[in-house]
Design a protein around this ligand. Structure first.
Ligand code: GFB
Length: 326
């Protein structure tokens, strides 16, 4: 299905890293009628407000990029929030999309839906074939419920709702809070602060041996628009970069990009999480989509975004005082 450039398109979560990347890509491709609501304007956990919003705005297409997200520690320490908020957001948006006749909806999941020890690379059919990784099982269960909701509304009501599983993501508007962030923004901030404070070492979490696949958010956004136009199947579809690396190798790239010459110390009291999460993206590759941003180039863009944003400015103020290094 080809989407008209004047269609009313709602991006749930348009201020987040993924939602804002989708918004930029929609604008770049000339879609003229975009709808986005900040959290203070519309609480997606509130069923009545979400239904009223759909009734008033009547979006024709919906991207569900709103979610409570975080890195390994946030997932591990806030299980109730990750499960409850994500279940609420997605069921409110998906049910309202059905009630108000949305033409097509795209739901975004996560690679953590796959079993902790799934064979690599992970194919779509490995869903629910083994136990989940304990640190993020709550988020994973919510995302699996989101996939199943889309399938259920398709089967029972004939809705064209599709699900897309991205690998680990990074890019503009990432979260640099060291307690709740994912590994890449954490490494960018820690290494930048260490360089600025002339520290000799930085503490990284875990053993450094887990492998991760990372995709730049704007590449995911291109994939999402491509799939909204081209993909109508019930089966969800993986979107990955196509190769992975160890966390230690990732940290070494960040060292190079940031220009930090000190030592990386691995704190093995912190969890490693899944040993490996490499997606098998052959289905979307066969449809003709490919990532465009190479990892080191993407990390350079992300570092620039960090330097231009509030986290680095806060850091500049902080280092007037004696520097604190993690
Ligand atoms: O990105 P991350 O937090 O989450 O951590 P997951 C990836 C790996 O980096 C783990 C290590 O092995 C961490 O121990 N790591 C090293 C660090 N230093 C750091 C650091 O300073 N901060 C962080 N955060 N990690 C998440 C899930 O899993 O992936 C989410 O918890 C979601 O639910 C997301 O699915 C995509 O890749 O392990």
């Amino acid at each position: 299905m080809k989407i008209d450039k004047s269609a009313r398109i709602f991006v749930a979560g348009h201020r987040g890293m993924v939602g804002s990347a989708i918004w930029r890509e929609l604008q770049r491709q000339g879609y003229a009628h975009l709808i986005g609501k900040s959290r203070s304007e519309l609480d997606l956990c509130d069923t009545v407000s979400v239904q009223e919003f759909f009734e008033k705005e009547r979006p024709q297409f919906v991207f569900v990029a709103a979610a409570k997200v975080g890195g390994i520690r946030a997932n591990d320490t806030q299980p109730a929030n990750f499960l409850h908020e994500n279940l609420q957001i997605q069921s409110n948006v998906i049910h309202s999309a059905h009630l108000f006749g949305v033409t097509k909806l795209l739901f975004l999941g996560s690679s953590c839906i796959y079993p902790k020890l799934a064979p690599q690379p992970m194919k779509e059919e490995y869903l629910l074939s083994g136990p989940l990784e304990p640190t993020n099982q709550w988020y994973a269960v919510a995302k699996i419920a989101g996939i199943k909701l889309c399938e259920a509304y398709r089967r029972q009501h004939g809705c064209n709702f599709i699900s897309v599983m991205p690998t680990n993501l990074y890019g503009p508007k990432d979260n640099y809070d060291l307690e709740t962030s994912h590994v890449l923004p954490a490494l960018i901030r820690k290494l930048h602060e260490a360089k600025t404070a002339d520290s000799s070492k930085v503490i990284c979490w875990g053993s450094g041996t887990p492998r991760r696949e990372l995709l730049y958010a704007d590449d995911l956004a291109r994939a999402c628009l491509f799939l909204l136009n081209e993909y109508d199947e019930e089966r969800f579809i993986n979107v990955g970069f196509g190769s992975d690396l160890t966390i230690r190798e990732l940290a070494e790239i960040v060292q190079r990009v940031v220009g930090f010459c000190g030592e990386l110390v691995w704190d093995v009291s912190k969890p490693d999480g899944s040993p490996r999460k490499l997606m098998d993206s052959s289905r979307i590759f066969a449809l003709g989509w490919r990532p465009e941003v190479d990892l080191e180039a993407g990390i350079r863009l992300a570092y620039q975004d960090f330097l231009n944003g509030p986290w680095a400015r806060e850091n500049k103020q902080k280092i007037q005082k004696p520097a604190q290094m993690a």
